[in-house]
Write a protein that binds this ligand. Structure first.
Ligand code: SAM
Length: 214
């Protein structure tokens, strides 16, 4: 597994969050990280294509991408060596994993390629302090014709305000900050990098899906 330079403080924080949590992560997150399966269904992969997930965590999504879209080559990057322990176990030889920071990784050095047909950011931007840099870096990693797929917490404006406040407070305990201005930031990126953008809101605004195509 390759290693890229990254912010040791943030990596250490993520390791601290996930050292124990990684054992119950998949079981618990399926009840509140909605929209991930939809993102995977809509990837429209083809044999031979390369998919990169930034902030791949336990490898849950990469495993599903590889079974839903046979023949795709799967790559994953995460800043937490704890989470990568699960991902490595789950993916075995079916994916290439690297330890690194989504805001500043060197794809050719880590993965032996600069461009990817599909890039995925699933509930990762809400945990990355400089999430706008990660989004820009993800866009730059797209091969011609490639697409970037983001799913993360939305504005939740279909939820009663007290419940929304409760959710925000609970997420903050895990260092999660919903990126409510994601569509505006993604639109600026689309203009700067010449990408086409499509935004979708999940039920009650709980999650948002953004797709950017080169
Ligand atoms: C909520 S988990 C999401 C994991 C997975 N994408 C999923 O959908 O289940 C967020 C992941 O982002 C990773 N992460 C946080 N900041 C990162 C960064 N700067 N670079 C790479 N990964 C990061 C964390 O270590 C964690 O594995």
């Amino acid at each position: 597994m390759a290693t890229a330079p990254h912010r040791p403080d943030h990596g250490a924080l993520m390791d601290q969050v996930y050292r124990g949590q990684r054992h119950i992560y998949d079981l618990t997150r399926k009840y509140y990280l909605f929209g991930r399966d939809r993102l995977i269904r809509e990837l429209d992969g083809r044999p031979g294509m390369a998919a990169l997930e930034l902030g791949c965590g336990t490898g849950r999504n990469l495993r599903l991408i590889s079974s839903s879209w046979p023949g795709m080559h799967c790559f994953g990057l995460d800043i937490s060596s704890e989470m990568l322990k699960n991902a490595r176990k789950r993916l075995g030889t079916t994916g290439t994993l690297a330890l690194g920071d989504a805001t500043s990784f060197d794809a050719p050095a880590l993965f032996g390629r600069a461009g990817f047909d599909r890039v995925v950011l699933s509930y990762a931007l809400s945990m990355i302090p400089d999430w706008q840099a990660a989004l820009t870096r993800a866009g730059a990693a797209l091969a011609p014709g490639g697409s970037l797929h983001v799913v993360d917490f939305g504005d939740c404006d279909g939820l009663p305000a007290p419940l929304r406040r409760l959710l925000d407070a609970w997420l903050a305990r895990f260092h999660v900050s919903p990126r409510r201005d994601l569509p505006e930031v993604a639109e600026r990126l689309a203009r700067a990098q010449g990408l086409r953008m499509h935004v979708l809101r999940g039920p009650l605004g709980y999650y948002q899906l953004v797709r950017l195509t080169r």
